[in-house]
Design a binder for this molecule. Structure first.
Ligand code: ZN
Length: 357
């Protein structure tokens, strides 16, 4: 990329999207066309900022893209990162001496890690044209570490690019954010993710569909969800949802108790319920757009029993229930209230408007 200044003009005239992510170990980056275009423009103009900030949810390729960008900066092949030159191979193998990765310890990134980094950065790069520092999950820096990192950004070492990754800018010191050029990574569209899981990751068609549905746009999460347990749980929950209105109260209460036991899975439970209600709402107008495609017949049948007003108020109840649980309300009691509403035998939130628990 940096084959001399005379190359810059030529590179500028080349079409975008040439950052080579298909032939190399970086081919796992999907659905980030916009971010890749921005990075390619930076490379093509040969104006690489001292610090970049990649933001977006977990598991959408921020770290992999940072590594690919570092490889492209140092690649000697024709289509960077070529994946074949000495530099690319070392970076892919994790053995390049000038690529520094800082990843959070158990309790986040610590000031000692930043101090170690400063020690390395005080020396010249060993062999890289451009040394690359990748700080992952910058939002986990404690204030001491963040201030130490800010000092590095204020006096950036020569021939060095810092790439900070984080969930969102609001989790970082504003003074850190203002010193970085931000590149946003978007959640990956469901259909793109589904095709990728099926074609490249060996998921069956159905597993790819369900995993993409539950992953919220994160390829990392989708791959983590390959286990059949999650598929089974979704199937179980959907079948419960189809028959809620016929269930006696004690069954609803025990269902609430069961769901409340795994607090870490509750976000997914809410996501499944929300998608179910969305499908009931949408199927009468546009059945081709339902998300639970493997449950199409059940969705169409169930939709007959609900008015639009009722479905909208059920959806509002789901959102309210999730908010209350985030605010530390008693999950079992919140879920009891929610299931009563979804079964058509109660209203949520309760008239008092107070969070239970
Ligand atoms: Zn290369």
């Amino acid at each position: 990329m940096r084959e001399g200044a005379e190359g810059a003009g030529r590179l500028q005239r080349q079409p975008f999207r040439r950052l080579n992510l298909t032939d190399s170990a970086f081919s796992g980056i999907i659905g980030q066309q916009r971010a890749i275009e921005i990075l390619w423009t930076i490379l093509a103009r040969n104006k690489v900022p001292h610090a970049l900030l990649f933001t977006g949810i977990d598991g959408i390729g921020k770290g992999t893209t940072a590594l690919a960008f570092g490889a492209a900066l140092n690649c000697t092949g024709e289509r960077p990162p070529c994946g074949r030159c000495r530099s690319c191979k070392k970076i892919e193998a994790g053995s390049h001496p000038d690529i520094h990765r800082v990843t959070p310890a158990k309790t986040g990134i610590k000031v000692d890690q930043i101090r170690d980094l400063c020690g390395s950065l005080s020396m010249k790069p060993y062999e890289a044209r451009t040394r690359v520092v990748i700080m992952e999950d910058g939002q986990t820096m404690n204030p001491e570490a963040a201030n130490a990192f800010l000092k590095v950004l204020e006096e950036p070492p020569d021939r060095t690019v810092m790439i900070l990754t984080a969930l969102q800018t609001t989790d970082l010191l504003p003074t850190v954010v203002s010193r970085c050029q931000q590149v946003r990574f978007r959640p990956i569209p469901e259909r793109v993710l589904e095709r990728y899981l099926h074609e490249k990751k060996g998921f069956s068609e159905k597993a790819a569909m369900v995993s993409a549905l539950l992953a919220g746009g994160s390829v990392g999460r989708a791959i983590g969800e390959k286990d059949s347990l999650r598929m089974e749980r979704r199937g179980w929950l959907l079948s419960e949802l189809t028959s809620l209105s016929n269930r006696p109260l004690p069954v609803l209460f025990s269902l609430a108790e069961r769901l409340s036991k795994e607090k870490s899975d509750l976000d997914e439970v809410f996501a499944i319920i929300r998608m179910w209600l969305r499908d009931l709402l949408i199927c009468r107008y546009n059945p081709n757009r339902i998300k639970n495609r493997d449950w199409g017949r059940e969705v169409r049948n169930a939709a007959k029993g609900f008015s639009q007003t009722r479905l909208l108020s059920d959806m509002a109840a789901v959102n309210q229930a999730q908010k209350e649980i985030i605010a530390n309300a008693n999950p079992r009691m919140v879920l009891e209230g929610l299931l009563l509403q979804l079964a058509g035998c109660g209203s949520f939130p309760r008239a008092s408007g107070k969070a239970p628990g």
